[in-house]
Every structure is written in structure tokens, then in C-alpha cells.
Design a protein around this ligand. Structure first.
Ligand code: GDP
Length: 491
């Protein structure tokens, strides 16, 4: 059975091969079932195993989530500070509270990572609603909520940091938790705390990063509440953990589709953002024969850069993404009637200068291919702002619009671009980061090796050998990123 949406002559698989659950009220979240109509490429099919695990996770979220007896009981235990013992029974509910922060791209990657970890470890995912996380997306789980309700007993949890005593790394260092058998007490029978904080920020210590080792996962498995803070896409790290490898292989027979599937499952723009996406798409992009997305990540304090403009044009023209220009005054031979040969370029950036320059170029001179090239930019917010509602809504709409293009050019290091490429199932052209601002990198860009995002702050430790190692060489699915040499990504 395939649930279909029909638009004109075409029918669409609105549940994306079973990735999405049926039965949500379409009006409360129009993007959930409508997005398929806006994608020219159908996206990858999820494995039937992933589909069944998603339904199981939804059932778990309903059985243990906010408002249930199980949830009240688990909160009670957390308040008392006592654990239920040293092992948790299979039917007991366990929780992962995800705190995400920094820009929207970072927050989306962090939340997707937390969701996969929750699914791998049988935990209920609860998302800290601050930083607009409660306001930009629809509810992903039917008949429950993924938002952590107010009144969570760990009052200062949003301030947890590297120095929090209950962090997993600090508890290991202070021997509150042990993974080895020391003294008379075997690690398996130690008294575990009711919760632990998992610190996976850029400044994570070696002990914090032991999170990615199987021995440590065997201890964490028996702690009912975990609070995780990261701004990164930690999934490549999970692929390094031997204990998760078989399950990950079953869930994702095509390993580089992890974020593609999770993001299309979890992140549905709410109706306000979906209005921004569809109005823009319908007005400026829908009728073009081809759409090219160019993500120009700049920072408010940077001056407009002719070198970056040169990098954009060199990259796109060399790779045949945008046409070359004829010399001034020359006309293409083929053009007789108004052209249907149209190409729309969607530029996203905090600044408008790059868009204006590109637009001028394709107006003032003819494209060698005879194509009519239009250049569009939804907004130019000038500066990155934290915690501003309309700012985040525009950022989310623009990420989504980029994901609807046929070809994507992104900026190195940017999580904003990673989210767009994953949602769209696109392997982008990545504009390399210049060594210095006055130098155009040569080559200006390269084709990414996969659509999955890059993990910027990975561990450099081999859990089996118990020593530092190049973690890009441990398993074939995890390699270094082309835009950040020390980063890790799934290929
Ligand atoms: P990253 O810093 O490039 O990894 O991306 P993030 O999304 O994590 O943070 C950048 C933030 O700056 C975004 O979330 C937006 O708030 C803002 N921003 C950056 N580039 C753009 C853009 O092209 N359009 C809009 N609307 N906002 C942007």
C-alpha cells in the first residue's frame, strides 16, 4: 500500500516509502505530506528495517513520553537522585534530553544525531524547546510530544558545560563511574547515578569522547536519564562504535543516507515557514527548467569580497552549473522567440552583494548557451542573530529552498549547507575555504564525496587499541571530509 497525493497528472508517494507515519492531521502541518510535491527528485528509499524501527520508536515515545505514568515515575526517580539499580529492565523507560545551540544548522544536526542515538539505545528523545527548537518544526511523533515539558527537575540543565560534575567525562575522571573492574567491585555491579550529562561540544575532553566507545556505552545503557549537549553531527562517531555497527548496517544499507532519512523524518517546517517556502518557490523557482542553489556563507563583519565572487563564478562555470558569458554585445545564435530555456539561481547569504553581482552579469551579457538565467535571493539579514524568531524562520525557509534545487553549491564548513544537501539528497559542490581572504582557492570547489554532513569535532581515539588514532581509517564508511581535513563523514 502506498499513500499517494495527487497534483495535476502526477501522483506522489507522500509517506516517502513508509518513512513518515500516516494519520497526522494535514492542516496542522502542511509541509509533512506536501513537501514531496516540491521535490523533483524522489529521494532515497528507506530500508524496511528503518521503517519498522521508526514505528517502534513512535510507540516508545507514546508509551513513555510526557503525560504518561511512566514519565511521571521516571521524573520522580530523577528528583530523588536515585537510580533504579545497576541494570535497567527492558520494559523500563529511558530518556535522552537533547540540548542544541548555536546556529540553526548546528541545532538541526545535533537534534538528528540525538534522535539516531536515542533510536539505537531504546531511549525516548526529548528536545529542549529553547533556542526556537519548539517553534520552527512540526511534531514528528504521532499522539505525543518530543518537547521537554516545563518543570524539568534538573533546573540548570541548559547551563551544563564541560565543568559540570555529572558529565560523563568528569564522573569517569573522578571515579564516580568506572568502566573497568577495579578493587573488589566489578564495573557491572557498581551503583550508577540517576542521570549523566554527555558533553560533546567542541571543547569535549578525551574522557567526554569515550562516549564513542562500546565499553562506555555498556555503562551508559544503564543510566535512565542522559542529557546531551552538542552542536555537531556526531553520527560518524557512532559508526566507530563496534556495538552499533550491525544495527546501523541494517538500518542504513546505504550508509551515506543517514541524515537524508532522519532529516526528512524529523524536520517538517511549521505552517508559517512552509508558507515562506512555497510562496517563494511558486513565484520564482517552479517554472524554471533547472534550479541551481548557491549557498554563500559570509559573516556580518566581512567586507564584500571580489575574491569570493570570483570563486563562485569560477566554480559554477568550470563545472558547467552556470553558463559562460559571451563578450559584451554578442548574442547567442539560437535565440529567436521568448526563451523557455530557463535556469533559476537561488542565492542564500546574509549579504545581497553577491546576488546583485551575479544578476547584473547575466543581464548585461548573454549566456553562451542561450539560457535565460534569473537570480534570486529571498532575504539578506546582514548579521547572524541569536534567538530572533523571524530570523530563524527565514533561515529555515532558505535551508529548505536550497534543498529543493537540482544542483547545489555550498560553502565549506557550513552546517547550514549540510542540512540543505541532506534534506535534498544532493551531493553538493563545495567551495573550498581559502587559506587567506585575498586568494581564490584553486580549484575553487570540489564535488563532495557524499550527501551526509561532516562531523567537525570528532574523537581521535581508537577504543580497541586504547590509544590515539586516525579515526578516518578505522572503518571504511567513515572518512575525512573534503572541506575540513580533520572532520569525519559517512560515505
Ligand atoms: P553555520 O554557522 O554556517 O554552520 O550555519 P548555522 O545555521 O548553524 O548558523 C548560521 C546562522 O546565521 C543561521 O542559522 C542563520 O540564522 C544565519 N545565516 C547564515 N547564512 C544565512 C543565509 O544565507 N540566510 C539566512 N536567512 N540566514 C543565514
Amino acid at each position: 500500500f502506498v499513500a499517494v497525493a495527487v497534483s495535476g497528472e502526477r501522483s506522489y508517494d507522500k509517506l516517502l516509502g513508509g518513512l513518515l507515519a500516516d494519520g497526522f492531521d494535514e492542516r496542522t502541518c502542511r509541509s509533512r505530506y506536501q513537501s514531496v510535491m516540491y521535490r523533483r527528485r524522489p529521494g532515497k528509499q528507506p530500508s524496511s528495517y528503518l521503517v519498522s524501527k521508526l514505528r517502534q520508536q513512535e510507540a516508545l515515545q507514546r508509551r513513555c513520553g510526557p503525560g504518561t505514568m511512566a514519565y511521571s515515575h521516571a521524573l520522580e526517580q530523577l528528583r530523588s537522585g536515585k537510580s533504579s539499580g545497576n541494570t535497567i529492565a527492558a520494559q523500563d523507560c529511558k530518556y535522552l534530553v537533547s540540548i542544541s545551540y548555536r546556529g540553526l544548522g548546528n541545532r538541526i544536526l545535533a537534534t538528528a544525531s540525538a534522535f539516531l542515538y536515542a533510536m539505537l539505545t531504546g531511549r525516548v528523545l526529548l528536545v529542549d524547546p529553547s533556542n526556537e527548537m519548539g517553534e520552527l518544526f512540526c511534531e514528528p511523533f504521532p499522539d505525543t510530544t518530543w518537547l521537554l515539558p516545563p518543570g524539568f527537575p534538573l533546573e540548570s540543565y541548559t547551563n551544563f558545560s564541560i565543568s559540570t560534575a555529572e558529565s560523563y567525562g568528569n564522573m569517569l575522571r573522578n571515579k564516580v563511574i568506572r568502566t573497568d573492574a577495579a578493587g573488589d567491585v566489578p564495573a557491572a555491579s557498581q551503583q550508577l547515578p540517576a542521570f549523566s550529562y554527555v558533553h560533546l561540544d567542541h571543547d569535549a575532553t578525551e574522557q567526554d569522547n569515550l562516549f564513542f566507545c562500546d565499553e562506555d556505552q555498556r555503562v551508559l545503557r544503564n543510566i535512565s536519564w542522559l542529557v546531551m549537549r552538542t552542536d555537531s553531527y556526531i553520527v560518524p562517531g557512532l559508526f566507530l562504535d563496534k556495538g552499533f555497527q550491525d544495527e546501523l548496517a541494517r538500518l542504513f544499507p546505504e550508509p551515506d543516507t543517514v541524515f537524508h532519512h532522519i532529516s526528512r523524518y524529523l524536520f517538517h517546517p511549521n505552517n508559517h515557514v512552509w508558507g515562506l517556502v512555497t510562496r517563494y518557490y511558486d513565484a520564482y523557482l517552479a517554472t524554471a527548467r533547472q534550479r541551481v542553489g548557491i549557498q554563500v556563507r559570509v559573516f556580518g563583519s566581512q567586507p564584500n569580497s571580489p575574491e569570493l565572487l570570483e570563486q563562485i563564478t569560477k566554480c559554477t562555470q568550470k563545472q558547467g552549473l552556470l553558463p559562460e558569458l559571451l563578450t559584451a554585445g554578442a548574442e547567442p545564435v539560437t535565440q529567436q522567440a521568448p526563451s523557455l530555456n530557463t535556469k533559476a539561481i537561488l542565492v542564500t547569504s546574509l549579504k545581497s552583494w553577491y546576488h546583485e553581482k551575479l544578476k547584473g552579469m547575466y543581464w548585461e551579457r548573454a549566456a553562451a548557451t542561450g539560457e535565460a538565467v534569473s537570480v534570486h535571493q529571498p532575504s539578506h539579514e546582514e548579521f547572524q542573530r541569536f534567538g530572533a524568531k523571524s530570523h530563524d524562520a527565514k533561515a529555515w525557509a532558505e535551508i529548505y529552498l536550497l534543498s529543493l534545487t537540482d544542483t547545489l553549491v555550498t560553502t565549506a564548513w557550513s552546517t547550514f549547507g549540510y542540512v540543505a544537501q541532506g534534506l535534498g539528497g544532493l551531493r553538493p559542490w563545495v567551495m573550498y575555504r581559502p587559506d587567506n581572504e585575498t586568494h581564490v582557492p584553486d580549484p575553487p570547489c570540489g564535488r563532495d564525496v557524499s550527501m551526509d554532513p561532516c562531523f567537525h569535532a570528532p574523537p581521535f581515539y581508537d577504543c580497541r587499541l586504547k590509544r590515539g588514532a586516525d579515526t578516518g581509517k578505522i572503518v571504511p564508511q567513515v572518512q575525512h571530509c573534503i572541506d575540513m581535513s580533520w572532520g569525519l563523514k559517512i560515505v
